[in-house]
Design a protein around this ligand. Structure first.
Ligand SMILES: Nc1ncnc2c1ncn2[C@@H]1O[C@H](COP(=O)(O)OP(=O)(O)OP(=O)(O)O)[C@@H](O)[C@H]1O
Length: 233
């Protein structure tokens, strides 16, 4: 589905990604973990076209993404649930969803607003509320709903649990599992190791812009050394 080969990304002269290699297969959910500043968001932004890598290759369904605009990459089928949700605060829930609705020519699944409401019943109840009247968890649901309405084949999620209470994180975890059941391929950046290991088929650890470990969630959870050295647990 998507493969990054030797990706090098920079902010100005700061060299952030030092040859990242990773692959997400069709229907697979991969979690990207690492300490603050490891380069997780930069990796996601390099795929979405928000950062343009200077070297390397990103093949998505056999087409090269590097050099394409974020709009082109989105239309090619890559969805993004950004860090901090970024819902439109001065639009209602329904308006936030309506502006995201788009027919896809590539995706097998065509999401409707009604299906988003089935996934998140609370959004239906709040459909006339403004974006800034929602709780953090509800905003996260809206951000995921908006991304799904663009009918992606591959979804990037940047820290979906950030700043949320444990009970809401549990809900988000179940939602990610529900979305996964639809067959959508996903790459999820997370600080919450339990959430990541519960939803992911495979885990990748980044450190200083390089992949330092890759394996199964269970292998990570039983590797105290790895947890301590790279994740500070
Ligand atoms: N816009 C920017 N300009 C300059 N440097 C940046 C910019 N955004 C991020 N960086 C730097 O790039 C490095 C990687 O940041 P990135 O946000 O990718 O890390 P992360 O692993 O997602 O961390 P976090 O968990 O804190 O979000 C950090 O050293 C950060 O300070």
């Amino acid at each position: 589905m998507i493969e990054l080969k030797e990706v090098h990304s920079y902010y100005g002269h700061s060299h952030i990604l030092h040859g990242v290699n990773l692959k997400v297969n069709k229907g697979q959910c991969v979690a990207l973990l690492g300490r603050n500043g490891a380069g997780k968001t930069t990796t996601i932004h390099s795929i979405a076209g928000l950062v343009v890598p200077k070297e390397g290759a990103i093949a998505f369904k056999d087409k090269e993404l590097i050099g394409k605009t974020p709009n082109h990459i989105s239309k090619a089928g890559v969805g993004l649930v950004p860090q901090g949700r970024r819902v439109f605060s001065s639009l209602t829930v329904k308006e936030n969803l309506l502006i995201a609705e788009r027919k896809s020519t590539s995706s097998e699944k065509q999401w409707t607003i009604e299906e988003i409401y089935q996934l998140f019943p609370i959004l239906k109840e709040r459909e006339e509320n403004m974006g800034n009247e929602l709780s953090g968890g509800q905003q996260q649901m809206l951000a995921i709903g908006r991304a799904l309405l663009l009918n992606p084949d591959f979804l990037l999620m940047d820290e979906p649990s950030e700043g949320l209470a444990p009970v809401i994180i549990e809900q988000i975890k179940n939602i990610i599992l529900d979305v996964k059941k639809t067959g959508l391929s996903m790459l999820i950046v997370e600080q919450n190791i339990d959430l990541a290991c519960c939803v992911a088929d495979e885990v990748i650890i980044l450190n200083k812009g390089e992949v330092v470990w890759q394996g199964l969630p269970n292998e990570l959870l039983h590797n105290e050394e790895l947890l301590k050295v790279h994740l500070g647990v």
